[in-house]
Design a protein around this ligand. Structure first.
Ligand SMILES: *[C@@H]1O[C@H](CO)[C@@H](O)[C@H](O)[C@H]1NC(C)=O
Ligand SMILES: *[C@@H]1O[C@H](CO)[C@@H](O)[C@H](O)[C@H]1NC(C)=O
Length: 359
């Protein structure tokens, strides 16, 4: 697979590089120090290199891995024939203007004017989302209890009664509390022994009820499983939350895409290991973030086998950016994502791209 890059694309790339100049002020000092050392050898990508094209490079390495961050020969090295990266000189034309009003969506900002800051959180994870979780949990409980019609008379399942959104909020409240106040096991949070100094959990709900709710907690209908989607149990919930992320906030002119790892050491086929992250094991999430750290969009990495075609660097960027293309924004990427192909596609959709390593 080869990418054919026209003369116009070359010109566009030169203009993209020009944009690096004002953007350098955004970079932390170490990057600027690197910039000073940059020489033409590192920047130029000429025809005749053996680098694979962006597509095939992505297929053989669909795993962005910060281990390779120092290596300039990532996707940035995967150039097509006759492409030369260089630093443009002189004034370059402004191709697109950014005119969006950024920040909290005005209607929401008005609603929250008199409210405490944390109410912004409840506009992202709102009551209808808690209701959705309650509904899915009740549905699953019905399925389990029907399946196990012959459960023994003493089974705790007989104590099940439907939950509601307020009780689900309490479950998440307790789970958050358990993340802050660590005890050796769940039972300990309900222990009456003086050494545990418990006063929280038993006021919220009984231990039996909490354990039963944890057992039933569901975010989607198991019977809707399409068979080849590893995320089917969580994706419907993520879609709702991300919808709210997107409608609540207009991201800044400059956005970035990167991965983060949600720490997780349990058994899971798509668990990832990244050597130089503080938490090395976890679930990888591709994120599109605005200045200030707001997550505008995200995509959970489900493993390369099932997700091929959706986790190539270019397709990750294009799908995360989809709803804010054509607005004159600038995307900051790293060398795992950068490619001539990506730059071309983004320029076609009025979006500049800026690689923080090449700069
Ligand atoms: C961008 O804005 C400037 C200043 O308002 C204007 O001169 C220029 O024509 C605009 N460029 C585009 C591509 O819209
Ligand atoms: C709550 O979130 C849901 C799911 O994203 C959304 O459809 C709904 O409009 C939101 N409700 C309010 C009142 O904002």
């Amino acid at each position: 697979m080869t990418t054919i890059v026209s003369q116009t694309a070359t010109t566009n790339l030169l203009m993209m590089n020009h944009l690096i100049v004002p953007l350098q002020t955004l970079l932390p000092p170490p990057c600027l120090a690197q910039t000073a050392d940059t020489n033409d050898d590192e920047l130029s990508v000429t025809s005749g290199t053996n680098s694979p094209s962006p597509g095939s490079s992505a297929a053989s390495a669909p795993m962005p891995n910060t281990d390779t961050d120092d290596n300039l020969a990532g996707n940035a090295g995967a150039a097509s024939d006759n492409m030369i990266w260089s630093i443009p000189t002189g004034r370059q034309p402004v191709l697109f203007n950014f005119t969006k009003q950024t920040g909290t969506e005005p209607h929401l900002a008005e609603l929250l004017r008199e409210e405490p800051l944390e109410m912004f959180y409840f506009s992202l994870i709102n009551d209808s989302i808690f209701q959705y979780i309650a509904d899915q949990t009740n549905l699953y409980a019905t399925q389990v209890i029907t399946d196990e019609a012959d459960v023994k008379g003493t089974s705790r399942l007989h104590n099940w009664f439907p939950t509601d959104k307020n009780e689900i909020k309490n479950v998440f409240g307790l789970l958050s509390y358990m993340g802050i106040v660590k005890m050796p096991n769940i039972q300990a949070y309900w222990s009456r022994e003086a050494m545990y100094k418990n006063s929280m959990a038993s006021k919220v709900m009984t231990r039996n009820r909490f354990e039963l709710l944890l057992r039933m907690l569901h975010f989607a209908d198991n019977q809707d499983n399409p068979g080849n989607d590893r995320l089917h149990k969580i994706q419907p919930l993520i879609d709702k939350i991300v919808h709210n992320f997107k409608t609540s906030y207009e991201p800044s002119e400059t956005c970035c895409i990167d991965e983060s790892l949600i720490p997780f050491r349990g058994r899971l086929i798509m668990r990832q290991y990244i050597r130089n992250k503080r938490h090395k094991y976890g679930i990888k999430v591709f994120k599109l973030c605005s200045k200030g750290g707001y997550t505008y969009n995200l995509k959970i990495y489900a493993g390369k086998n099932l997700d091929q075609g959706h986790t190539t660097p270019t397709s990750v960027v294009m799908s995360l950016f989809e709803s804010i293309l054509d607005s004159g924004r600038t995307l900051v990427t790293n060398n795992w994502y950068t490619s001539v192909d990506l730059a071309k596609r983004l320029m076609d959709r009025q979006t500049y791209v800026f690689d923080r390593h090449i700069a």
